[in-house]
Ligand binder design. Structure first.
Ligand code: E4P
Length: 218
């Protein structure tokens, strides 16, 4: 299972990279705006910085919504760095663009996926990754994890190579549950990744080991 961090914050990316467990980064226009990164050139430069920091795939989202615009923008993004994955929304134009990029050997991430039918289309188009937004489904009282489970079943039925990238993860248990469901990748905020470390028995156990060591070595 790959771990991606879902942020455009360089300090957080560096912190996760330093742990040695990071496989990539996902961003979106909202995450860029949150960091105050605006304007095409600044955004491109920020992707360059992210690609220098992380040793894995970096999703960069197109803003265009028409096929020609997505192709032009996607090609420009892909030229920034071999790590760039062009993130394309789940629309008819988006699926056409993913199919085009797939034939051109450009990696893609089909974003804003909320149903098995949409996931099937992304796989048929040859997307490298597909991003089901489980937290946003949970927000509207729909079973986000259930979608991951159903996608896994359908992809395995046909041996689709598209990787299920569980997105819109809100907390640590989402990561654990996605691992149980067989998601290929999770993308999570740093807080959810850090939550994986925590167990009170680890803290208590370590404290006792250190105290006992001190007793014998004073
Ligand atoms: C996925 O790639 C998106 O950037 C992200 O996971 C969306 O998460 P949100 O629903 O918390 O905004």
């Amino acid at each position: 299972m790959k771990f991606f961090i879902d942020t455009a914050n360089l300090a957080q990316i560096e912190e996760a990279q330093a742990l040695g467990i990071l496989d990539g980064v996902t961003t979106n226009p909202s995450l860029m705006a949150k960091e105050g990164i605006t304007g095409e050139e600044n955004i491109r430069n920020h992707y360059k910085k992210i690609c220098k920091t992380v040793h894995g795939d970096v999703s960069a989202e197109v803003i265009a919504t028409d096929f020609e615009g997505m192709i032009e923008e996607g090609k420009t993004l892909a030229k920034i760095d071999p790590r760039i994955v062009v993130k394309v929304p789940m629309t008819k134009e988006g699926i056409k663009a993913i199919s085009y990029f797939s034939k051109e050997g450009i990696k893609t991430n089909c974003t804003l996926v909320f149903s098995v039918g949409q996931a099937l289309l992304a796989a048929k188009a040859g997307a490298t990754y597909v991003s089901p937004f489980l937290g946003r489904l949970d927000d509207i009282s729909t079973d986000g994890l259930g979608l991951i489970e159903e996608m896994r079943l359908v992809y395995d039925n046909y041996g689709f190579k598209t990787q299920i990238l569980a997105a819109s993860i809100r907390h640590t248990m989402h990561i654990v549950d996605c691992a149980k469901m067989g998601a290929d990748v999770i993308t999570a905020p740093l807080s959810a990744l850090n939550g994986l470390f925590n167990h009170p028995l680890t803290d208590i156990g370590l404290e006792k080991f250190l105290a006992d060591y001190k007793k014998g070595n004073v």
